[in-house]
Design a protein around this ligand. Structure first.
Ligand code: ADP
Length: 398
C-alpha cells in the first residue's frame, strides 16, 4: 500500500510517497517559491535520481498537479498511475479546539479548517488549498488531516491556560496549543517501544530550526513549550521563544514597527540568529564558537540553558523522568548541545556518557552511562512516516 504525505507551507510543498509494507519513502520531493516567479520542483526517487522541473506554480493547486505528474514520470517517478496511491495524509498546522486527533477529511472538516485558518494565517490557506486540489484530482481516494497540534490536546487546562481573563480564552480561543505534534507522537511511541514500558515519564526535545520540548506521561502529552503559536518556548533558529511581552512592546516602539512587523521580527530576526548576529544554523555557530566567536558561543549556551530549564520544569511536572530524548537536526547531531544541556543533571538521575554522546551512529541509541537512573536517548524523528501511519489507520481502520 502506498500513501502520499503532503506537507504544505505558505509558499512551499514537501511530499513523500511511502510504501507502507516497508515503511520507507520511495519518492521525496519539494515544490518551492509557489506563487512567486521562478518556482521549481525537485524530486528524488529511491535510486537517488533527481528530477528538477522549473515551472511557475501560481498556487498550491498547480503545485499538486505538477507533483502528480512528477510521481508518474517514466524515468524519475515511482508509480505508473496515480491510482496506485491508496490514501493521502495532509499535515495541517492547526486543529483549534475542534479536533482531538487526526480525521478523515470531508466537507465539514474543510469548513472547520477554514474557520480555524486565522489561528495559522501563514500555513492554513496552503494546507486547505492542497486538500481541495487533491480531492478534485483524486476523487474517491481517502484524505486524512493530521494536525500539528492534536498530540498536545491531552494537556490539562492548568497547563494550556494563559493567565488572561477566562472570557477572552472562551471567546477567542487564546491558549497554549503546542506544535510539532507529529514528531512528539512518533518519538514518544518509538521510545515506549524501545524502553518496553507504556507507563513512562518522557521528556522529548525536538531541536531543529524550530524547537520544542514536551512532557509525555504514559504516552500522553501533559505539557509542551510552544504556545498559541510556535513562537513561545525555546530559543530557536530565528525565533526568540519566551520573552517578556512588555520588552517586545518596548522594542516595537524603539524600532518603530507595526504590531505585525513585531511578530515577524520575533519570528525571523531573533533566536540563535539574533544573539549571534551571525547565523541561525547550529553548524555555523559551532564552527564560529570553536574559532573564538563569543556571541556564537553565547547563542549556543543561552539556547542550551533554556532547554535545561524546560527539562527541569517538566521533570517537576512529571514527578521524575524515565528518559530525556533528543530528536530533530540539532538533537540528533549536535554533540556539544547535548553535552551543554545534559551536564549537571545528577539531581534528575540522568548521567550523560561523553564517549557514547560523541559517537556518530544511525538509529535509536542510549547515550546515558550504564549506572544512570534515567535514560538519555537519541531517536531520529520521522514526521512523514508518523503522518502516513495515522492516515493508514484512519482510512483503512488498521
Ligand atoms: P527543521 O526544523 O527545518 O526541520 P532540522 O530538524 O533539519 O530543521 O534541523 C536543522 C538544524 O540542525 C540546523 O540548526 C542545523 O545546523 C542542525 N544540524 C544539522 N546537522 C548538524 C550537525 N551535524 N551538527 C550540528 N547541528 C546540525
Amino acid at each position: 500500500m502506498k500513501i502520499l504525505v503532503i506537507n504544505a507551507g505558505s509558499s512551499s510543498l514537501k511530499y513523500q510517497l511511502i510504501d507502507m509494507d516497508t515503511e520507507k519513502a520511495i519518492l521525496k520531493g519539494l515544490c518551492e517559491r509557489i506563487t512567486f516567479e521562478g518556482s521549481e520542483l525537485t524530486q528524488k526517487n529511491a535510486a537517488g535520481e533527481v528530477l528538477n522541473i522549473k515551472q511557475d506554480m501560481k498556487d498550491h493547486t498547480e503545485a499538486i498537479q505538477l507533483v502528480l505528474k512528477a510521481m508518474v514520470d517514466e524515468k524519475y517517478g515511482a508509480i505508473k498511475s496515480i491510482d496506485e496511491i491508496a490514501a493521502v495524509g495532509h499535515r495541517v498546522l492547526h486543529s483549534g479546539e475542534d479536533f482531538k486527533s487526526s480525521v478523515v477529511i470531508d466537507d465539514e472538516v474543510i469548513k472547520i479548517c477554514e474557520k480555524n485558518a486565522e489561528l495559522g494565517p501563514l500555513h492554513m490557506p496552503g494546507n486547505i488549498a492542497c486538500i481541495k486540489s487533491c480531492m478534485a484530482v483524486m476523487p474517491g481516494v481517502p484524505m486524512v488531516a493530521v494536525f500539528d497540534t492534536t498530540f498536545h490536546s491531552t494537556m490539562p487546562p492548568k497547563a494550556y491556560m494563559y493567565a488572561i481573563p477566562y472570557s477572552i480564552y472562551e471567546q477567542y480561543k487564546v491558549r497554549k496549543y503546542g506544535f510539532h505534534g507529529t514528531s512528539h507522537k512518533f518519538v514518544s511511541e518509538e521510545a515506549i517501544k524501545y524502553l518496553g514500558k507504556k507507563e513512562s515519564k518522557l521528556i522529548i526535545c525536538h531541536l531543529g530550526n524550530g524547537s520544542s520540548v514536551s512532557a509525555v506521561k504514559d504516552g500522553k502529552c501533559i505539557d509542551t513549550s510552544m504556545g498559541f503559536t510556535p513562537l513561545e518556548g525555546l530559543i530557536m533558529g530565528t525565533r526568540s521563544g519566551d520573552i517578556d511581552p512588555a520588552a517586545s512592546e518596548y522594542i516595537r516602539a524603539k524600532l518603530n514597527l507595526t504590531p505585525e512587523e513585531l511578530v515577524q521580527y520575533l519570528n525571523k530576526k531573533c533566536g540563535l540568529m539574533g544573539i549571534s548576529e551571525l547565523s541561525s544554523d547550529m553548524r555555523d555557530l559551532n564552527a564560529a564558537a570553536d574559532a573564538g566567536n563569543e556571541k556564537a558561543l553565547l547563542a549556543i549556551e543561552a539556547c542550551a540553558y533554556r532547554i535545561k530549564k524546560y527539562i527541569g520544569s517538566y521533570a517537576a511536572a512529571l514527578n521524575g523522568v524515565d528518559a530525556v530524548i533528543f530528536t530533530g537536526g540539532i538533537g540528533e547531531n549536535s554533540v556539544i548541545m547535548r553535552k551543554f544541556i545534559m551536564s549537571d543533571m545528577d539531581y534528575l538521575g540522568a548521567k550523560l556518557d561523553p564517549a557514547k554522546n560523541a559517537l556518530r551512529e544511525d538509529g535509536i541509541r542510549d547515550i546515558a552511562t550504564d549506572d544512570s537512573k534515567a535514560r538519555i536517548l537519541i531517536l531520529p524523528t520521522n514526521e512523514e512516516l508518523s503522518i502516513a501511519r495515522e492516515t493508514k489507520a484512519l482510512a483503512f481502520n488498521k
